[in-house]
Design a binder for this molecule. Structure first.
Ligand code: AMP
Ligand code: MG
Length: 505
């Protein structure tokens, strides 16, 4: 949906961008919460890719993507009339340790745009990530490299395609200006959007600085703006914690179900809305290993696949600690947090039943599911291919199992499990056709495998941006067959096993 702002915008995309109707809801908080500042321009920016689906949310016409105003605005070189750029302060626990003040070290908020099709308050805040240093940059340069910006752009839109709560990505622009990482790399700016970028760490910031007034202002802002239905609750702050815990559990169950690993689940990366936020060294599970660590920097495996649900809960406890002065009693905090585990379990269970194409629940289902994961683990089976191919299983014809069975090193283990699974399908009189349709709508065929991102990044580093656009188009429809893109659904090539993704970005 595209709503021209006035008649001039129909013919002039530059004017349309300059007149984007930015609101400033976050800036209604007192000055202590943020610093107003201008982005630092980058020389000769160019468009790498933009998402028409994300643009539609804020009524931006894709015709504007190639305009000078669009590229310059979403690089930080040109500021729309109504924007009042700012960077917000927050703190956080990193790898389980209190890290003190962090903040938008390289993200600059332009303001919020009307987003009529999104849930209330029907706005999306627009942030430029990598648009220059802020008072919260600490030792950093305020920049982001092309590699990490393309990854964030693609994964945001891939997660949206999977139906998983996430910040969105409007576009990514680049510049030939170099910044130093392990080697010199060119810079980029990813423009991301979410109803709010407030994090658990935003609350921890005021709690650990002993600023109860600001803590309350922030909680009231979040409740009034993002959770108005909680306002009339007897203890709205307790209700807020319970709802955030529920959403977080829900989000992480969805991560587990597609094999998504965030990689850096620090409390400063946890959204108060339960959105997947701050894409860094994330990964999608390939050869299944519950202990898999996608972030090369995370040597202890704190954020491994199997740990994510527990860490989500740990993070909710950190939020509960910060909200304690508002909630009142420790018991009330505990009560709010008590919902996390049962909610996670119920959601995970429902998702796993859907992944297996089971329409009912029965005694023995957890044993069936445990046995499946044990077999996947023992054979290090590709997670995405397994579930997608499982949808093709014929209830009464094991002779057609080969494409699925061949994913297992230990074929007898698969055969043993398949006997149990078939018995279960028989028990609910499952129809092959109905089950396959349902499973294909829940088990994606296409996920952002690291090597796919890597290929697109290397081409982009050579100024060929076509692969980024192709991947975006594929990942927007991850459940569709897309036979013309079959190779993108295959096993990763051998060279991909050497890929390492660290926090460097
Ligand atoms: P992250 O691990 O990317 O979530 O970042 C943790 C903190 O470091 C946040 O406060 C970021 O804003 C900040 N940060 C990360 N990279 C940079 C950078 N290149 N320049 C400035 N701040 C950064
Ligand atoms: Mg972060």
């Amino acid at each position: 949906m595209t709503v021209p702002i006035d008649s001039a915008t129909v013919t002039d995309p530059d004017a349309a961008v300059d007149r984007l109707p930015f609101g400033q809801a976050f800036a209604a908080l007192p000055p202590a919460f943020f610093t107003r500042l201008q982005p630092t321009p980058l020389p000769a920016p160019y468009l790498i890719c933009a998402s028409a689906a994300a643009a539609a949310l804020v009524s931006v016409d894709p015709a504007a993507f190639s305009s000078a105003a669009f590229i310059e605005t979403f690089t930080g070189n040109r500021i729309p009339t109504a924007a009042q750029p700012l960077a917000a302060v927050y703190s956080g626990h990193q790898f389980g340790v209190w890290a003190g003040q962090l903040g938008d070290g390289r993200a600059i908020l332009l303001g919020d745009l009307p987003a009529p099709s999104t849930p209330a308050p029907h706005v999306l805040e627009v942030q430029l990530k990598g648009a220059g240093a802020t008072p919260y940059s600490r030792m950093g340069d305020g920049r982001a490299v092309l590699r990490s910006s393309i990854r964030e752009f693609l994964c945001s839109e891939a997660m949206a395609g999977l139906g998983i709560p996430t910040s969105r990505a409007l576009c990514v622009t680049g510049s030939d200006q170099l910044v130093m990482r392990e080697t010199p790399e060119t810079t980029a700016v990813a423009t991301r959007m979410a109803p709010s970028f407030i994090r658990f760490g935003s609350f921890e910031h005021w709690y650990y600085n002993d600023r109860p007034q600001e803590l309350r202002l922030l909680a009231d802002h979040v409740i009034d703006r993002l959770y108005p239905q909680l306002r009339n609750n007897a203890n709205p702050y307790q209700a807020l914690l319970a709802e955030v815990a529920r959403r977080t559990a829900d989000m992480i169950a969805q991560w587990q179900a597609v094999g998504f690993m965030h990689g850096v689940m620090n409390t400063d990366n946890m959204s108060i809305l339960g959105l997947t936020l701050d894409y860094g060294p994330f990964g999608f599970m390939e050869a299944f290993d519950a202990r898999h660590i996608c972030n090369h920097t995370d040597q202890g495996g704190r954020y491994s696949y199997a740990m994510q649900p527990q860490i989500g809960q740990w993070n909710c406890f950190a939020l509960g600690q910060a909200l304690l002065p508002l909630i009142g009693e420790v018991e009330d905090v505990q009560e709010a947090l008590a919902g996390y585990q049962p909610h996670f379990k119920a959601r995970m269970d429902a998702l796993l039943h859907a992944k297996l194409g089971l329409a009912t629940t029965a005694d023995g289902d957890s044993a069936l599911i445990d046995a499946m994961f044990a077999a996947l683990q023992a054979s290090h089976v590709d997670f995405t291919l397994f579930f997608r191919r499982l949808g093709n299983l014929r209830r009464d014809d094991p002779l057609q199992d080969a494409p699925l069975r061949d994913l297992f090193i230990d074929r007898t283990a698969f055969d043993a499990w398949a006997v149990q699974y078939r018995a279960r399908l028989l028990q609910e009189d499952s129809s092959d056709l109905v089950r396959k349709l349902a499973m294909d709508a829940t088990n994606p065929k296409y996920v952002l495998r690291n090597y796919l991102a890597q290929v697109a990044i290397e081409k982009a580093q050579n100024k060929d941006f076509t692969e980024v656009a192709r991947l975006l188009a594929i990942l927007e429809k991850p459940f569709d067959e897309q036979p013309e893109h079959e190779p993108y659904a295959g096993l990763p090539p051998d060279w991909a096993s050497h890929l390492e993704v660290s926090c460097s970005s």
